[in-house]
Design a protein around this ligand. Structure first.
Ligand SMILES: [Zn+2]
Length: 307
């Protein structure tokens, strides 16, 4: 049984390389602009790995404009097949991985394609692409991993600056929030841009991710959640755009500082009107979260009725 594990120097594949001791760890340098830093991370982490270098074109410009490379993993697994003729190729992908080409479904498709086309020299044997962590979240993976301190030596950034994480890309955000939330000091300062982008992008249904980000923000800033109806505008049956603002509360909110999140039970379909109303009445806020916990009454020692 020949096993190839694709490693990148990031958290998932590092944990995988430690937990699955069989097989070869393989790093593929296809000209990604962060290859140098990833290779350094693998060396720091003392992961024994082999390397394939495919430097056909300078892909750094493409990577700059789009963080995600279509079918990247199909390309990488195809190369792994060409060079190593493996039975199994492991990827470090977790339950909530944001890269769609790491899902169980996509890997099944990849396995089919590779078994059919890329393995002539394998004499018809099947190639299976899979992840050992499809049933685990990244938090679970980290929680169960004993050598947490070592995770500080991993590297995941799409746009390193002077060999350091940029603090402004989705990979930096994920890694920094995860590690800082378990008490590890990454030394990475996340930009306000990436924080705001994520506060506004995370779907309220994805409460875990939102909670993690808010938990992280609370470590260094005040985070206030404010209701809209009854606090920023008078409760009434009027259409959203005609609701009467409560100016004194809006003023207080605008002067609070820290991160201010608006929490409302209004529906997602009302978002546009709500945003328009907030703009019209000059409400300053960091995120509008169209979701509340589905309780009739929330009794909370840290909740207030007023500012
Ligand atoms: Zn980055």
């Amino acid at each position: 049984m020949k096993i190839v594990k694709l490693v990148s120097g990031g958290i998932d594949s590092y944990i995988m390389s430690r937990e699955i001791t069989d097989g070869i760890n393989l790093y593929i340098d296809f000209g990604q602009k962060y290859a140098k830093q990833e290779i350094k991370a693998l060396e720091r982490l003392r992961v024994k790995f082999e390397k394939i270098t495919i430097n056909t074109t300078d892909t750094s410009a493409a990577i700059n404009s789009n963080f995600y490379i279509n079918n990247r993993n199909l390309c990488l697994t195809t190369l792994a097949c060409m060079f190593y003729s493996p039975d199994i190729i492991y990827l470090g992908a977790n339950k909530y991985d944001s890269h769609i080409d790491k899902s169980e479904y996509e890997c099944e498709k990849m396995s089919e394609i590779l078994s059919r086309y890329a393995s002539e020299k394998l004499n018809g044997k099947k190639v299976i692409v899979k992840s050992p962590y499809w049933n685990k979240s990244k938090e679970q993976m980290i929680e169960e991993f004993s050598d947490k301190q070592k995770l500080l030596d991993t590297f995941s950034c799409y746009n390193p600056i002077n060999n350091k994480p940029c603090g402004d890309c989705p990979a930096c955000l994920r890694r920094t929030v995860l590690l800082e939330n378990i008490g590890l000091k990454t030394g990475v300062k996340l930009s306000e841009r990436i924080i705001h982008e994520n506060l506004n992008k995370i779907h309220p249904k994805d409460r875990d991710r939102l909670s993690r980000l808010i938990f992280y923000l609370q470590k260094s800033s005040k985070v206030t959640a404010v209701d809209i109806d009854g606090i920023l505008c008078e409760c009434s049956n009027k259409p959203i755009l005609e609701k009467v603002p409560i100016k004194s509360n809006i003023d207080k909110l605008n002067n609070l500082g820290g991160y201010n999140l608006l929490f409302t039970a209004r529906l997602e379909v009302d978002r546009k009107d709500t945003e328009q109303w907030l703009k019209k009445h000059k409400v300053k806020y960091d995120a509008l979260i169209m979701s509340k916990l589905p309780y009739h009454t929330l009794i909370d020692d840290r909740s207030k009725k007023e500012f």
